[in-house]
Design a protein around this ligand. Sequence first.
Ligand code: GDG
Length: 497
Amino acid sequence: MNPSESRWTPERLEEHVRLILRDRPFLVIANREPYSHIRERGKIKCVTPASGLVTAMEPILRACGGIWVASASGDADKETADEKGRLRVPPDAPAYTLKRVWLTEQEEEGYYYGFSNEGLWPLCHIAHTRPVFRSEDWEQYKKVNQKFADAALEELAGSEEPFVLIQDYHYALLPRMIREKRPDAKIALFWHIPWPSPEAFGICPWGREILHGILGADLLGFHIQFYCNNFLDTADHLLEFRIDLEQFAVDQGGHRTRVKPFPIGIAPSRGMTDGPQAASARQEVMKKLGIQADHLGVGVDRIDYTKGISEKFRAIARFLEKYPEYREKIVFVELAAPSRTSIKSYSDLGTELEAEVERINQRFQTKSWKPILFLKEQHSREQIDLFYRAADFCLITSLHDGMNLVAKEFVGIRSDEQGVLILSRFAGASRELKDALLVNPYDIEEVAEAIRDAVTMKPAEQKRRMVRMRVILDEHNVYRWAADITSELSRARPDTG
Ligand code: GDG
């Protein structure tokens, strides 16, 4: 079979999902809504958030229709939906239904900022930030999981054997809640972040309840096998169920949960044939920012302590210290989207990073040059893509990351087969993108050397690496990810006994 025959496309996914579903409903549950409506200068505007999950799920829903249940997040969300919180999206070419669920401030505080992001997020990422477990947050987490279960059950009424695809760590209890009311449903939970070792997970006061909730699913997906192994080890340590290490499953009486890796991909990029080529993209970027440089590096991150942004800046400083000949010749642009800013440590991090960039710039800058530009704001997809096209290298230094889609986006867009990816070995993406320059972000010296290798790498070598990485991305795109999960879910057997 030639590569184009095996490649997954939206059309092929649509056909695949249609054959599997045979008119049964397909429901996705995710915290983040793909479209929110906000009021700006008296007008209602539709916006899309900076989120890996939305980037990944949107093409799937567009391809196969269905319902996306999510938290409402915009101040004009209410008036753009019907009385049940429903609306058709995308607004310009409606293809599926978005059902919005409204949370009170207290619920959002406890469930989202509290338990999900101050508890589970640091619990699952080994980034040396202590999780905070508050019983009030846990109460809200349970309450909101129930609220989403009710919203989902309302949409599923009257259907048979629906497929339910639950997204992420915000909904650990949902699989069990839905299964209890709808034992006929086929339920998958995809956990987009890492799963830690049993010892690390064991500090969570409600660890058993979480595992019990998750194991209501027929299928549990992670990005890589390593997280699956950690999960099975954790279940083995904390629960009495039988772990089938041959089949990677947990058996609980008559119910079986299979645990499998599904490395997420990106939608095939339009590449550079439709957009500006590297040279003109570079010119555009330089003109816009009013800079001059022989070498341009780029970073794209949510401002989050797991992304190792401070380590990245320190490595750039070390590079300039070791290789002074690159001063005034290299500029690194960090596109940093503010995220979870109502958590103090997140808003503090934004300020600390600004101060760190200021310190580094003051140390190295000249009259006409600064080494780092820290652009702390939301950027449009077009702006981000322009930087990917213009850059000589993309620097990703996550301390721990489920996958990291930025790595894949950078490679995906470079149809000119140029550019170097420097990637943390602690990002799930490093398992597939072995032709990146893989680094330990805690080792500042190693990252500094990788920057040097990137800026001195010959075009032929860049091409050799890019070509290989692009083949992998092409084969494992996001449509294939969805197809693999739905195929596996369709094989789930009804509970016995
Ligand atoms: C979680 C896991 C996993 C960034 N800034 C803006 C913006 N972005 C886009 C990027 C990319 C996405 O956001 C970030 O994706 P990541 O994968 O890097 O990270 P998380 O948000 O932490 O995602 C992660 C992912 O889920 C999927 O499973 O890979 O490991 O942590 O697409 O381009 N997008 C817009 N404006 C910005 O300013 N519009």
